[in-house]
Ligand binder design. Structure first.
Ligand code: AHR
Length: 307
């Protein structure tokens, strides 16, 4: 990166260090915290100078941060878009400034894919599908209706859109499985708790909760317990992420199933940053590997779980 004038009065020189501008969604969940740590630690390890910005779950803050990075002439910009739409203008500005962009964790819906180099992250549709498929198997013997409530992630975000779709597709062939209420809890514990309280008030018979992340499921646990119901038994709970607190709830039998979403994107991201900076051609989509957990599997995995 270009340095300012040195003590000796040299003209702007290049210290050879790659500068990465990273705009993070916020700190809404345990997943996000683990993701931020992964990115910061990996940058240090890779010798990359990181300019980190927390957008507090607001798109306008992310756009501002990206414009700042462009002005500062960083070498590479990476960001995890809070929502899918509305990025074309700022991405075009980055492209015009010849600063490569890497999408991390979440996708954008821009038609012009030349606006970014690659997208590294999970297959959110598959996560929702795995959650739905588990439920279809679990309820295979059920004769009456199975009432499901859904806590969606941040409205307009890729994981909320895709997990909803994957889950709906998976249960589509089982007419007794019905989503009776579906609302956003914004991926937070507080949101999950507040919306679950409303669900419980409005619906006397809830059999299943599908929460788009662990944190909303953990918030909902409080509402369910306060309503005098036993989580994991009276209401089966399926979530996504598999962060430690979620895995503990699963091991304790309060959750019933988790589809994993790995936040440990840092090392791969830093590798991509170096390759992009070196002018290498990189794959346009890099998928994260992940699995699923039952309570038994959670018990076995917890002692060595990194996040
Ligand atoms: O984009 C990934 C999602 O964002 C995680 O599943 C959720 O916990 C986070 O807030």
């Amino acid at each position: 990166a270009a340095c300012g004038n040195s003590d000796t009065g040299d003209k702007a020189a290049d210290d050879g260090k790659i500068v990465l501008g990273f705009s993070q969604v916020g700190a809404e969940s345990g997943w996000r915290t683990a993701n931020t740590i992964s990115i910061k630690e990996s940058a240090t390890k890779a010798g990359i100078e990181l300019k980190f910005d927390d957008a507090q779950q607001k798109q306008e803050n992310q756009i501002k941060a990206i414009r700042n990075f462009i002005q500062q002439k960083v070498d590479v910009i990476a960001f995890s878009p809070v929502v899918e739409s509305g990025w074309d203008t700022v991405l075009k500005e980055a492209k015009d400034a010849k600063i490569p962009v890497i999408l991390t964790d979440r996708a954008v819906d821009s038609q012009d894919t030349s606006l970014y180099k690659t997208f590294i992250g999970s297959d959110f549709v598959k996560e929702g599908k795995l959650a739905g498929e588990w439920l279809v198997k679990e309820t295979a013997a059920a004769t009456g209706p199975v009432n499901i409530v859904e806590l969606q992630g941040t409205t307009g975000s890729a994981p909320a859109n895709d997990r909803k779709k994957g889950f709906a597709d998976a249960i589509a062939g089982s007419p007794n499985l019905k989503v009776i209420a579906s609302q956003t809890g914004d991926f937070t514990r507080a949101g999950g708790k507040a919306v679950m309280e409303q669900f419980l008030k409005a619906n006397p018979k809830i059999d299943v909760l599908f929460a788009h992340n662990d944190d909303m499921g953990l918030g909902a646990l409080e509402a369910i317990t306060a309503a005098g119901k036993v989580p994991g038994k009276d209401i089966k709970i399926i979530t996504i992420d598999a962060v430690k607190d979620g895995m503990q709830a699963l091991a304790d039998g309060k959750f019933n199933f988790i589809a994993e979403c790995s936040p440990l994107l840092g090392p791969q991201l830093m590798d991509l940053v170096k390759r992009v900076k070196a002018g290498e051609t990189i794959p346009t989509r890099i998928l994260t590997e992940e699995g699923t957990f039952t309570p038994e599997q959670a018990k076995a995995a917890l002692p060595t779980r990194a996040y």
